[in-house]
Every structure is written in C-alpha cells, then in structure tokens.
Design a protein around this ligand. Structure first.
Ligand code: NGQ
Ligand code: ZN
Length: 458
C-alpha cells in the first residue's frame, strides 16, 4: 500500500537519535522506510527539506468522536462538576452519533493532528454498537469508520478496540447510557476477527479500565490476544480519578496500579493511560516493568484529574508518551508544555523534567514522549534512523518564536515559546501530508464536519 519510488532528502539540520547533526542525507525506500542516514552529505539529487527536521510525535491516546464535544461541557451544572458529570454529558452526546458522523469527525480530527505534527494515533475505540445498543451487522462497522478516516487523512493508526463490560469494580452491571459500548467477550472476539488478517494498521487490545472489566474478563482478553497477536499493544485507563482509587481499594484492598502489577504480568507492551494517582512505590515498580504511561495533560487538566507523580516515575527510568484523549487540545507542543507546567506549579520549581545541568527540557520531553509513544503504539517510528518509518516534521523557522534559534534551543522554543505554527511540513511513511502547515484535505473536510456539527448541536 502507498508504495512509491525511493527518495533522497537533504536536511541542513536533523535531529538524530544521538542529537543534532549537520548536512544529513536520508534515503527513503519505496515502502516509506528510512533506508540509511548519511552525515556530511550533499544535496545533489536530493529534495531539500525546508527547515530543521525532527521525528514526528505519536499520539498514543485518542477518542476521536470527542473532538465534536470540545467546548460543549464548560458550563457549571447544578451540582459540583467533575469528571463524572462530564462523563454524563459524553454519554448523552454519544447517543446521537451515526457511523457516518464518527467517520467525518475522525477525519477532521486526524487532519488537525497531522497539521500539528502527530503522524500516528492510538484510537481507543469503544463505540461499537448503535445508539440503542444493537449490534451492527458488521461487528467492525464503527472500527472501519475509524480506519477509513485514518486512511483519508493519511495518519498511521494503531486501532485499539475496547472491551467494556461493567459500570464499576466487582462486575457492577452496566448502565443504559453505556449500552453503545458494552461487549461480551464473544462480541469482542467477533470485532477482532472481523478486522481480518492483512492490516494496514496496528491492532491492539484495550480493556477499558479496571472498573469496566473483571479479573476474569481481563484474563480472557489476554488469552485472545495471546492467540491472535501475542505482541500487540495493550492499553487501559488505570488511575485517573481519586474516586477510582478509592473504589479499587474498597473492592480489592489495593490501589489500581498495585492491583495490576500484582495480578498481571505488565511489560513493555502495556500502556497505562492516566496513571495519575500513583504512590512513589507504585511509580517505581511500574517504571521497572518498562510499560509506558500515557499522559494526556490537556484532558487531565480539563477533567480535574490531578497531577501525575512524574518525579518518582521518571527518576526511576519510567517511560512516558502523550495523547490528545478528549481532543480539547490537538497539539503535541501544548501537551508537553502542560505536562511540565503542572509539575512546576505543584513543586514551585522550574525545569522539573530534566534536572541535569544544561540539558534542554523541551528536547528531553519531546524525545521521551516520541520514543514512549512509538513503543506504546507498536509503530516503527523510534527516531530518524535506518529501519524506522519516514515520519518527520520540518520545523517552521519563519514562526517568530523559532526565528534565529539554534538547534540546541529549538525544541524549547517550540514547546515553551509562544509558537503559533511551529510545524511547516509533515511526512508520513515517505509521503508529504502537510505542506506549509496545511493538509490538502483540510478544505474538503471542514464543510462535512460543519454539516455534521450543525445536526449534532441542533
Ligand atoms: C473515555 N475518558 O473512555 O472516554 C473516558 C471516560 C470512563 C477519560 N477517561 C469514560 N478521560 O473513563 O469511564
Ligand atoms: Zn481515554
């Protein structure tokens, strides 16, 4: 799919795994993979990149349909608003969405993500059934809409069909409002089966949360994965809300991360989304397992989740990645800034993520989230190196926040400066998807999105 002729690219400045390099030539093969990277080359016969090039960012956690809800939940309700009251709004919104809506909204979102420099997305997809909870004839109906949207936008997809069984710990019966996503294990296996063998995307497995699956159904999901795709990524929401921690304690005597680490062999294929509430000891043991923590700073702030225990986790070598989750933000730059700022506000210090002298915090944040995201999504995008996919971002040196910045401060300026359009061009697997900050499909996608929103908001 998407094969083209091999290409040669020249970058005056390129951010390689070892750091910034000058005069770099990339050979990209017909499948869009980086074949080799040569230093000190010349531009002869090569396309010249129009600015410094960096590896593109993976977005490890997205609920695409929530893009259409952004801005609709910012009014106080009659009770104290919280994550849980937001979730009620989300449930009501979900009732109105058709498969066409899901595809239109996801297409709009994925174009926006590409324009900001994300080139792969982990879609944590749980809207499996129709609004009344009836199965579609094709069990993968809505999953196909996500796949269609990703292909239309040209973003790489890690599709994470979600197993959602219960309303709370201990197998609590699901509510009416959850009927669009509640699955039996058989339903779930049918979705996975319908998604077929040959895939143009990475397939992962996602028990929604420890609230939504029992230990038995989690075990069954893991058995299905072992049979179908034993290396596949595993994602779940873990400890986003204090109430979730309390409910887990009441149910099992353990906190969510503790429970998971004691009952499941967590390794590098796991991504724990919103590991917000972790004690130091949990953070340290999770870090040693090599799992990735999925942080969604804009959403976590919007929902009043709490502040991630970064210091203990990162000091212990823990891996992080970022996600756009509820789509109140679609920019990796804003997520990284939000993450670091939350730490600074909490600790009343500066430069929390990296404390070694003279290391760029922006660059370190970016590098960690880039590698962590690649790991969590199972995408071959571990930096600009041979064998990795040619997914990259050419920075826009005409953004006033970036002008005259040396490579050593560029990522700081892009993350912490007042950059408005830090991204100039974006390549995905050897294809230009964004030029001068604009995706060629953006103009056509917007009227469809507008029409969908008009109906949904009527
Ligand atoms: C979700 N979102 O699946 O969309 C969840 C809300 C839940 C976040 N956790 C539902 N941010 O967790 O029960
Ligand atoms: Zn989520």
């Amino acid at each position: 799919m998407n094969a083209s002729t091999p290409q040669r690219y020249f970058a005056a400045d390129a951010w390689l795994p070892d750091g910034w390099a000058r005069n770099v030539v990339f050979n990209v093969d017909a499948a869009g993979m980086i074949e080799d990277v040569a230093l000190g080359g010349d531009a002869l016969g090569a396309e010249i990149l129009r600015g410094p090039v960096i590896p593109a960012m993976p977005n490890l956690h997205s609920h695409a349909f929530q893009r259409a809800m952004a801005g609709l939940t910012q009014r106080a309700g009659s009770h104290a608003d919280s994550f849980w009251s937001w979730r009620e709004c989300m449930y009501r919104f979900v009732e109105r969405l058709t498969p066409d809506d899901i595809e239109v909204i996801a297409t709009q979102l994925y174009i926006e993500l590409l324009q900001q420099g994300y080139t792969s997305v982990g879609e944590f997809h749980y809207l499996h059934h129709d609004a009344r909870g009836r199965r579609y004839r094709d069990p993968a109906e809505t999953s196909r809409r996500i796949i269609g949207a990703a292909q239309c936008a040209g973003i790489e997809l890690s599709l994470l069909p979600v197993l959602y069984r219960h309303a709370g710990f201990g197998g609590e019966a699901p509510s009416e409002a959850q009927r669009r996503f509640v699955c039996t294990l058989e339903d779930y296996a049918r979705i996975v089966e319908a998604l077929g063998g040959e895939r143009a995307y990475v397939l992962g497995f996602a028990p929604h949360s420890l609230r939504a699956v029992t230990p038995e159904s989690l075990e069954q999901l893991l058995a299905l994965r072992a049979a179908v795709a034993p290396q596949a990524p595993l994602h779940l929401h873990i400890a986003e809300q204090q109430r979730e921690v309390e409910d887990c304690l009441a149910w099992s005597g353990l906190r969510p991360v503790e429970w998971l680490l004691q009952n499941v062999s967590v390794d590098g294929s796991w991504c724990l989304v919103h590991a917000t509430h972790m004690r130091d000891i949990e953070a340290v043991s999770l870090a040693t397992r090599g799992a990735v923590v999925g942080l969604c700073p804009s959403t976590e702030a919007d929902l009043g989740d709490g502040i991630f225990n970064a210091e203990a986790f990162v000091m212990a070598g823990g891996r992080i990645g970022i996600g756009s989750d509820s789509q109140v933000g679609v920019s990796p730059w804003a997520e990284l800034r939000g993450f670091e700022y939350s730490q600074r506000l909490q600790r009343r210090r500066r430069n929390v993520f990296v404390q070694q002298a003279d290391v760029s915090v922006g660059a370190e944040l970016y590098r960690c989230a880039q590698l962590g995201g690649a790991q969590a999504l199972g995408q071959p995008v571990m930096g600009l190196a041979p064998g990795q996919r040619a997914d990259w971002v050419v920075l826009n040196m005409d953004d006033p926040a970036l002008v005259e910045q040396a490579p050593q401060t560029l990522l700081d300026a892009a993350v912490f400066g007042p950059a408005q359009r830090p991204v100039r061009d974006v390549m995905v697997g050897g294809h230009w998807r964004v030029r001068d900050g604009v995706h060629p499909g953006a103009e056509a996608a917007l009227p469809a999105y507008r029409k969908t929103l008009r109906r949904l908001l009527a």
